[in-house]
Design a protein around this ligand. Sequence first.
Ligand code: TMP
Length: 238
Amino acid sequence: MMERKEALYEGKAKIIYATNHPDEYLVYYKDDATAGNGAKRGTIADKGVMNNKMTAFFFDLLAKEGIAHHYISMPSDREMIVKKLTIIPLEVIIRNVAAGSLAQRLGLEEGVPMPFPVIEYCYKNDDLGDPMLNRYHIRAMKIATDAELDEIERMSLKINDVLTKFLKTKKVDLIDFKLEFGKDAQGNIILADEISPDNCRFWDSDTKEKLDKDRFRRDLGNVEDAYKEMLHRLTGEA
Ligand code: TMP
């Protein structure tokens, strides 16, 4: 029987607990939402439940395509048991269409397709505001080796392929998304964190309506409805 023990880490949207199993953590998904590195705060009703379910759904989908991930089981609507990993402190961002900070930085109109998936890295460090890194920085800082980065990029592009094709059948465009990876005791690279409207941009394929956290970030309204709509399109759940 899995027991929840002490909290090890509280992030903006999740709490990580120890369990009675030494190789497993429990992730608790909160309804709290932040944007702009904590500058904007709020809650999105039942976000924790919906993100937990959507993440489990995507991880199951990816496992069928050979992607190793940390998800083990879902003991409750807001809780996920995951494999204990050493998290690599990188945010790996994959972009299919210009939006958000890329559109701003390069002066591109939001919605312009990229000719191929563009990968970016940010250093997970709140005090520094998660600065962007390139492969030289990552190597110099000893955040990951080149071989590890090659594997991270291979997995990220495969994940992008699987998710893009699947979401197309649900009339959703995958604009961009953020992944995190960890290493297991054997040094294998494993997909971690979550895949949800918090860390992906999802646009309705026909109307281009935003079905993701940009509705919160940009005060567009109908935030809960967007998460519910994504959960419904993925799992059929009302
Ligand atoms: P950006 O356009 O703000 O850089 O975001 C790109 C994608 O990555 C978008 O889907 C949101 C996601 N993301 C996170 O999940 N966490 C972050 O800290 C950042 C910067 C982006």
